[in-house]
Ligand binder design. Structure first.
Ligand code: FAD
Ligand code: SF4
Length: 458
């Protein structure tokens, strides 16, 4: 039987920001690892975007060698404590595990997390020394998973790397987006600390495109640049009343709670106003994180308002189930059409159109179609809009010669990730649009290899 990680009780955890899942004990990890069949042709490895040698690390765990198991994982994945927690394993490695055909797949993500946490708490990891005579100087723009991975790999390849981040703390979405109860910031700090040990110089509060341009970076002696600036520009609904007080983009809401530490008010004097009734529009990971954050900040009712049905919910299954267990209410086939407020400009009401599902649309999902005359009204104190993000234009507009695709993302060679500007590479959400942590890391890895080849040939 698949072992489950112990979790905080939903009634308790809905009022605190501590991590929801406690992670495997040594006994649980061993019991779970022993389920692995150590397949000759392990399909799980094909399901992992960075091809971790899954059966090999699991075999090392069974042999009682968590340090060696972690080293095996780290051959392919430099952020296992993060990926073990937030990767959508149910669509990746675990979806391919042979045991899943007739029963439950091996809990690969939980085992990866166990190894990484073991390494962190046993101080088993040693970092290689920074290169004494660097091969060259490379700038990395953006400190999300793509930038962190590119910077680490380039440092390991012998380059002097400077990582520029516009916010005051590194980590990208790992820092400002994904909340503490899903990814403790101590883990992000630890992974970023490993980067510093590799000799990477992290410069925060530097907005590339304004503080310094890419052209100026080359003039300062950088020989190549990696852009990993993500997709952090929020989309809005475009409905009347969206400018009322109490209406946030999920991006602003989560940044104020996580990065600006509103969740630790009054220890930090940067609170956020939440009210009693919160509606979150959308049903992806960002919406689930916003809804569960609102509960923990003390809202009495938190609703997810989503225009499609339960089947189309794009969030990770685990996060959707966690949200339901904690008491988030789901208003499905419901689409907001206007917001209204009181005389002080504070939002008070959300009016929604009831929907039904029609024929599949371009995305392959059934299209939500309005039911004529069917409207519903909610009283709200806070509305959080979580309907997607696009590319932030600042760097893109400030960089002459950078070709963008039709959707406004950077066009990069699929193999090398080189952009239209020689020596400038790009990867992660700024190329693909909003995707996953592991996909962004994969891009950072590919770009580091390609930058090394490019500079070696020069
Ligand atoms: P980002 O993580 O967005 O980092 C980009 C960084 O670049 C930011 O720190 C930004 O401040 C900085 N930057 C931007 N412009 C500049 C500039 N001009 N100069 C300097 N710095 C700049 N994925 C999963 O796999 N699992 C999940 O559970 C999951 N949950 C998510 C929850 C939320 C709330 C969000 C928003 C996303 C979630 N994702 C999840 C998606 C995942 O986090 C992203 O796909 C991933 O972080 C993209 O990495 P990135 O390196 O491309 O960019
Ligand atoms: Fe183990 Fe499943 Fe991978 Fe086979 S497919 S090696 S059982 S994790």
């Amino acid at each position: 039987m698949r072992q489950q990680m112990p979790k905080q009780d939903p009634q308790v955890r809905r009022s605190n920001f501590d991590e929801v899942a406690h992670g495997f004990t040594a006994e649980l990890a061993r019991a779970e690892a022993e389920r692995c069949l150590n397949c000759k042709k392990p399909l799980c490895v094909d399901g992992c975007p960075v091809e971790i040698e899954i059966p090999k690390f699991i075999t090392l765990l069974v042999a009682g060698k968590p340090d060696e198991a972690l080293a095996k994982i780290k051959e392919k994945n430099s952020l296992p404590a993060i990926c073990g927690r937030v990767c959508p394993q149910e669509n990746q490695c675990e979806a391919r595990c042979i045991l899943g055909r007739k029963g439950e797949p091996v809990a690969i993500g939980s085992l990866e997390r166990y190894c990484a946490d073991w390494g962190r708490t046993h101080a088993a990891e040693t970092a290689p020394e920074p290169a004494a005579n660097p091969k060259g100087k490379v700038a990395v723009v953006g400190s999300g998973p793509s930038g962190l991975t590119a910077a680490a790999d380039l440092a390991l390849l012998g380059y002097k790397v400077t990582l520029f981040e516009s916010l005051h703390a590194p980590g990208g979405v790992l820092r400002y987006g994904i909340p503490e109860f899903r990814l403790p910031k101590a883990i992000v700090d630890y992974e970023v600390g490993n980067l510093t040990k590799l000799g990477v110089d992290i410069q925060t509060n530097v907005l590339i495109g304004k503080t310094i341009t890419i052209e100026e970076l080359f003039a300062q002696g950088y020989q190549a640049v990696f852009i990993g600036t993500g997709a952090g520009l929020p989309y809005f609904l475009g409905i009347p009343g969206e400018n009322l007080n109490g209406v946030y983009s999920a991006n602003e809401f989560l940044t104020r709670v996580n990065l600006m530490k509103a969740y630790r008010f009054p220890e930090y004097d940067t609170p956020i106003r939440i009210g009693k009734r919160v509606a979150v529009v959308g049903a992806g990971n960002v919406a689930m994180d916003s809804a569960r954050t609102a509960l923990r900040l003390g809202a009495e009712t938190v609703s997810i308002v989503y225009r499609r049905s339960r089947e189309e919910i794009p969030a990770r299954l685990e996060e959707f189930e966690n949200a339901e267990e904690e008491g988030v209410v789901f208003h499905l086939l419901t689409n907001p059409i206007r917001l209204s407020g009181d005389e002080n400009g504070n939002v008070t009401t959300m009016v929604c159109q009831k929907m039904t599902l029609g024929e599949p649309d371009a995305s392959g999902r059934k299209k939500p179609v309005p039911i004529p005359g069917a409207e519903e009204e909610f009283s709200v104190d806070t509305v959080v809009v979580a309907v997607g993000q696009g590319p932030n234009p600042i760097l893109l507009q400030a960089t002459a010669g950078l070709t963008l695709n039709k959707r406004g993302y950077i066009e990069a060679d699929p193999e090398t990730l080189m952009t239209s500007i020689p020596g400038v590479f790009a990867g992660g959400d700024i190329v693909t649009g909003a995707a996953t942590v592991i996909a962004a890391m994969g891009a950072g890895k590919r770009a580091a290899r390609a930058i090394d080849e490019y500079l070696s040939q020069k």
